[in-house]
Design a protein around this ligand. Structure first.
Ligand code: HEM
Length: 551
């Protein structure tokens, strides 16, 4: 008699391997409350390193599941991705696909290869697609690859000037030294209350909507993260008054700017002027005018109590001892607004979508936030205890990295594992490919937050999981973005479940960042918090170390 027969396993429960005597896999549809209440997540050598074990006898569908029976409650949900070509693409086919969606022009092989060179007319491209090659390009040989590719620079320079995001060399080092401490994790005690207050305003607004009201989750999250970044950069009042205007300008620019820089791909000189569509130029003029006006107003109101980011930039000095001039202030403010709002908005929108499709993950999230928060609003101090919430955010960042392609220009001749990389060629590191690499992840296309729990089979190396990039140019707002996302998911999921509009097809769209289409129609369902039912999962959730190296 095998184990399944022995416990009288109900329909749908299966033993994957009769050799593994006490492992039972449960389908993802198992009624969710059973999972957090009666099972503990433990490290297990034979159950792919982690599993749940029943800590008491449980009744399921009138069948008794005995204490200490192993179960695997992992989500079986595979979220959408563009079709992958099985045959090799010609440069022209690839170019056509990239113009529509930069993530569509990859063959199946790209999710297995480790390092590859490609040619597009006169342009040599090298794809670094293994932890070792990523470490080579972004860490150990960063000096040769620190310059952003011409495509990237020319797309963003009209908007962010000489800001941190696109600069390199001495200017980048100087600005990084100034900007990084101003948005560093040590500043989170100043920023987190702004984050929480802004999220709670959204929650209160949602609470006034009729049950089942339809919202566009993508624009709701864009509005929310824009408010947060504008209030932290320009102070609560001015930031709030101008958030919508600034964000509309950034979105317009992204919609109308060039998607592929043909001048670069044809290998033509960097100094050749690029052509920008009229609507993109109009959007730039609008955004820069608002930023100049905002900086002026902030300068007038600036005093020693000012904790806003722009206030700290007023007080900063360049290596020469001079204060930052207006152009530098505007460029850095534009970088922070651009880098700090759409990225977080996209992760949040994807997270709501993924949660709506994986009820067992959602139930476990609810159990954790009810247990950790006990019904009150989250604070910065709660973040280390919201371990499963963080795992959901990390898994969302793995599947849908907001910046899915990172590219650099080679500044000096280099050699990687015997392959020469000539000066001037382009290096591509793609979190999109790396995060779904078949040799690096188990079930790479599945949504399985548990892989990021302590003891889970998460990233094999810090160079295999790079949603925030890695090396000296790692995202300066990593702690800000991660904290903001965790607090937002926790505060909104306390009261709401979001459900995808029936019949809506989620399709990835990638201009500069990766989003779930132009909009994400979802309906709002109220939920009741249940702090008393969820005591048991605390033991399954010890504080985790940050896999992206932030301790
Ligand atoms: C989940 C949210 C975020 C993600 C996934 C993310 C991702 C990234 C990535 C991948 C880069 C490197 C781009 C490249 O190498 O081409 C980057 C750079 C940067 N990010 Fe973020 N980011 C996020 C949130 C933020 C926030 C909230 C801020 C500001 C408060 C911010 C500020 C920056 C800055 C200033 C840089 C440029 C760093 C440099 O070049 O030295 N990011 N980010």
């Amino acid at each position: 008699m095998n184990l399944q027969e022995k416990i009288g396993a109900p329909e749908g429960i299966r033993t994957p391997d009769p050799q593994i005597r006490s492992l039972v896999l449960y389908p993802a549809e198992l009624p969710a409350p059973v999972v957090p209440i009666h099972y503990r997540r433990v490290n297990s050598a034979f159950a792919s390193r982690y599993a749940d074990v029943a800590d008491r006898d449980v009744c399921y569908n009138n069948h008794r599941i005995k204490k200490r029976i192993w179960g695997d409650f992992l989500s079986e949900f595979v979220p959408p991705f563009p079709p992958r070509m099985t045959s090799a693409l010609s440069p022209w086919q690839r170019f056509k696909l990239w113009r529509k969606n930069i993530l569509a022009g990859w063959e199946e092989d790209a999710f297995e290869c480790e390092f590859e060179s490609m040619r597009f007319v006169n342009c040599r491209l090298f794809l670094c697609n293994s932890p070792d090659s990523v470490q080579f390009a972004f860490s150990s040989h960063n000096d040769s690859f620190e310059r952003k590719s011409a495509q990237f620079r020319h797309t963003l320079i009209p908007l962010v000037g000489d800001g941190l995001f696109v600069s390199d060399g001495a200017l980048w080092r100087q600005r990084r030294r100034i900007v990084s401490p101003i948005i560093h994790m040590s500043r989170l005690p100043d920023f987190a209350p702004v984050m929480v207050d802004t999220v709670l305003e959204t929650r209160e607004r949602w609470a006034k909507l009729p049950p089942g009201a339809e919202i566009d989750a993508l624009s709701e999250m864009a509005q929310l993260t824009a408010e947060i970044i504008c209030r932290t950069v320009f102070g609560r009042k001015l930031g709030h008054e101008h958030a919508a205007e600034v964000v509309a300008g950034f979105s317009d620019y992204q919609r109308h700017t060039m998607k592929v820089d043909l001048v670069t791909l044809l290998g033509l000189p960097d100094w050749l002027p690029r052509w920008y569509p009229r609507k993109a130029r109009q959007a730039v003029r609008r955004v820069l005018a608002v930023l100049d006006q905002l900086i002026e107003s902030c300068r007038l109101a600036h005093d020693s109590d000012d904790v806003s980011i722009i206030g700290r930039l007023f007080d900063a000095h360049e290596d020469s001892g001079a204060e930052l001039n207006q152009y530098a202030l505007r460029s850095e403010a534009a970088v922070l607004l651009m880098a700090g709002h759409e990225t977080t908005a996209n992760v949040l929108a994807w997270a709501w979508y993924l949660l709506s499709q994986a009820p067992n993950v959602e139930a476990r999230l609810h159990a954790e936030i009810d247990q950790v928060l006990g019904g009150r609003a989250p604070t910065l101090a709660d973040v280390p205890n919201l371990v499963y919430t963080r795992a959901i955010v990390e898994e969302t960042l793995r599947l849908y990295p907001p910046v899915p392609m990172l590219s650099r220009e080679t500044l000096t001749d280099e050699v990687y594992n015997g392959t020469p990389i000539p000066k001037g060629s382009i290096i591509v590191v793609s979190p999109w490919l790396l995060h779904r690499h078949k040799k690096l992840w188990r079930k790479p296309d599945h949504f399985i937050p548990e892989r990021f729990l302590p003891g889970g089979d998460g990233p094999v190396s810090k160079f295999a999981y790079i949603p925030f990039s890695i090396g000296p140019r790692i995202c300066a707002g990593l702690a800000f973005g991660l904290t903001e996302t965790i607090l937002t998911v926790a505060a909104l999921a306390q009261d709401f479940k979001l459900r995808l509009k029936p019949g809506h097809n989620v399709e990835m769209e990638c201009h500069l960042t990766l989003r779930p289409g132009e909009s994400l129609p979802m309906s709002l369902q109220r939920r009741t918090r249940s702090p008393s039912e969820t005591r048991d999962i605390a033991a399954a959730a010890p504080a985790a170390a940050c896999p992206v190296g932030h301790g």
